[in-house]
Design a protein around this ligand. Sequence first.
Ligand SMILES: Cc1cc2nc3c(=O)[nH]c(=O)nc-3n(C[C@H](O)[C@H](O)[C@H](O)COP(=O)(O)OP(=O)(O)OC[C@H]3O[C@@H](n4cnc5c(N)ncnc54)[C@H](O)[C@@H]3O)c2cc1C
Ligand code: FES
Length: 277
Amino acid sequence: MYKIVAIQTLAPQTKLIIVHAPEVAEKAQAGQFVILRVDERGERIPLTLVDWKPKNGTIVLIFQEVGVSTKKLGSLNVNEELFDVVGPLGNPSDIKYYGTAVVIGGGVGIAPCLPIATALQKVGNEVISILGARNEKLLILEEEMKRVSTKVHISTDDGSKGHKGFVSDILKSLIEKGNSIDVVYAIGPSVMMRAVAEVTRSHKIKTIVSLNPIMVDGMGMCGACRVSVGGKVKFACVDGPEFDAHQVDFDQLIKRQQAFIAEENLALEHIEKHGGN
Ligand SMILES: Cc1cc2nc3c(=O)[nH]c(=O)nc-3n(C[C@H](O)[C@H](O)[C@H](O)COP(=O)(O)OP(=O)(O)OC[C@H]3O[C@@H](n4cnc5c(N)ncnc54)[C@H](O)[C@@H]3O)c2cc1C
Ligand code: FES
C-alpha cells in the first residue's frame, strides 16, 4: 500500500501530497507520471511526478480538485493509504543543453514544469520561466521556480499579480524584444498550450508541450488517450506525454477532453448531494 506521508494545501482546491512509493521514486525522471487509485473501486487518476526522493522512497504529486476522483483524493489524511500507484509512466523529457529555455506553466501545469526546469538548469541551460494563473491566490510554486530560473515572469487573468493577461502575451513580448530563445516548454490547459504554439510557430522556435488527454490504462492498450500529432495517431501515454507543439491537433484534443463533461458533472452533483462514492 502507498501511504500518504504529508499533505500541504498550496492554493484553493490545489494540494501537494508526498506518497511512499519506493519503486516509482527509484526510477522517476522529469516528464513522467503515475496513475493512481484512491480505493479499489476508484477511477484511475494520472498525475505528473513533481519530485521524488529514492532515499526516502517518496514521490511528490500536486493536484487540483476538479471532479469526483480528485476531490476524493483531496479528502484523504496523512497516514491513509492509496490503493495503487502505477509508474513511472510515459517518456522522460528530452533534457539536454539547448541554450536558453523558456518554461511556461499555466495553473496546476506549473507543477509538472518544476522538475523540467530543474533538470534543464542542471545541464547548463539558462531557464526563463513564465507562470500564469487565473488570479494571485491560484499561483503556485513561484519560489521553487525562482530557484531554478534566472528570471520568473508572472501573468494573471485578472491582473492581481504581474501582467494582466496571458502567459503567451509575455512570451510574445520576450520574442519581440529580441531575446534569443532556443526551446520553449509549455504545460497547462490545452488552450494555453495552443496559444503558445501559435506564438512560436512563425519564429520557428522548438516548442514542446505535455498533453493531458483522458487516460485509462496508461499502457497503450485502451486507446483512450489518442491524439493527432503531425497527422498521425499517437497514444499520449506511451508515445508522449510530450510532443512537438507545432504538430499537435489541439482542436481535436480539446474536443476529446470534453467528451464526458455531462457525465462528470452528474457524478460531481451526485457526491455533493449524497456524499460517498
Ligand atoms: C499525463 C497526465 C498528467 C496529469 N498530471 C496532472 C497533475 O500533475 N496535476 C493535476 O491536477 N492534474 C493532472 N492531470 C489531470 C488529472 O488526471 C485530471 O484532472 C483527473 O483525472 C480528473 O479526475 P476527476 O474525477 O477528479 O475529474 P472529472 O470530473 O472526472 O474530470 C474533470 C476533467 O479532468 C479530465 N479528466 C478526467 N478523467 C481523466 C483521466 N482519467 N485522465 C486524464 N484526464 C482526465 C477531463 O478533461 C475532465 O473534463 C494529468 C493528466 C494526464 C493525462
Ligand atoms: S491511456 Fe490507454 S492507450 Fe493511453
